[in-house]
Every structure is written in structure tokens, then in C-alpha cells.
Design a protein around this ligand. Structure first.
Ligand code: SF4
Ligand code: SF4
Length: 114
């Protein structure tokens, strides 16, 4: 039976791999502070929700956050940088006031509205 060329995928096209000069640079800090541009918040499956009314501004969360995602303005905790927070939950675990709750990302908007 004859093969229809329109339904044929060439093996060479499947095996085409990019050379090292064609792939993007990865795992390299090319400019000081460039991690700011990499919005790691997109990985998050859990979100910390901060309750300002329970917070005593001790900044334990700021000390422990591995991503520098606790915002502090004029010496006062001002919220969470969700563009960079990965949702690890350390801040909620360490907060002595129970002022940070971790919720599933899919429920977070609903929780914030409550
Ligand atoms: S650890 Fe809790 S109480 Fe302390 S600053 Fe952070 S949110 Fe506020
Ligand atoms: S969940 Fe993790 S990354 Fe996000 S603010 Fe808390 S400690 Fe930082």
C-alpha cells in the first residue's frame, strides 16, 4: 500500500534538537537583582492571606520568608508580594499571632472577599 506523503512526519523533523547557541540562558544571574523580573508567584498552588487586624508587626514572617515576599513600608508590614510569593507557607507557620492563613490558590479570591 502506497504511503500518503501528507500524513507522513519525517523522522529528522522529530529528532531536530536545538544546539546550545539556540536555547535560552538558564540558571545564570546575568544582572544584579534580576530575580525581581522573574515572577515566581505563577508557580503557587497555595496563597498566604494576611489579616492586618491580627498582625502585631513583629516581622517574624519577613525574617523567615525565603523569597523576600513580605512587604515592609516605613518599618511596617504592608502585605505580601504575590508576584514573587511561592506559597510555601513558612510565614503562616511561624507567625506567632496566627495572622497569616494559607489557602488553596483556587479558593483564595473567595476567601479574600469574606
Ligand atoms: S509574623 Fe505575623 S504578627 Fe508578625 S509581622 Fe508577620 S503577620 Fe504580623
Ligand atoms: S508563603 Fe512562603 S514565599 Fe509566600 S510570603 Fe509566605 S514565606 Fe514567603
Amino acid at each position: 500500500m502506497a504511503r500518503d506523503p501528507a500524513n507522513t512526519i519525517s523522522i529528522s523533523s522529530l529528532l531536530k534538537v536545538k544546539g546550545w547557541r539556540e536555547i535560552p540562558i538558564g540558571g545564570i544571574i546575568i544582572d544584579a537583582g534580576n530575580s525581581e523580573e522573574y515572577q515566581t508567584g505563577g508557580w503557587r498552588s497555595f496563597r498566604p492571606i494576611w489579616d492586618e487586624s491580627k498582625c502585631n508587626n513583629c516581622k517574624v514572617c519577613w525574617i523567615y520568608c525565603p523569597d523576600g515576599s513580605i512587604r515592609v513600608r516605613d518599618g511596617v508590614v504592608a502585605g505580601i508580594d504575590l508576584n514573587h510569593c511561592k506559597g510555601c507557607g513558612i510565614c503562616a507557620k511561624e507567625c506567632p499571632q496566627g495572622a497569616i492563613e494559607i489557602v488553596e490558590e483556587s479558593r483564595a479570591e473567595e476567601k479574600v472577599r469574606q
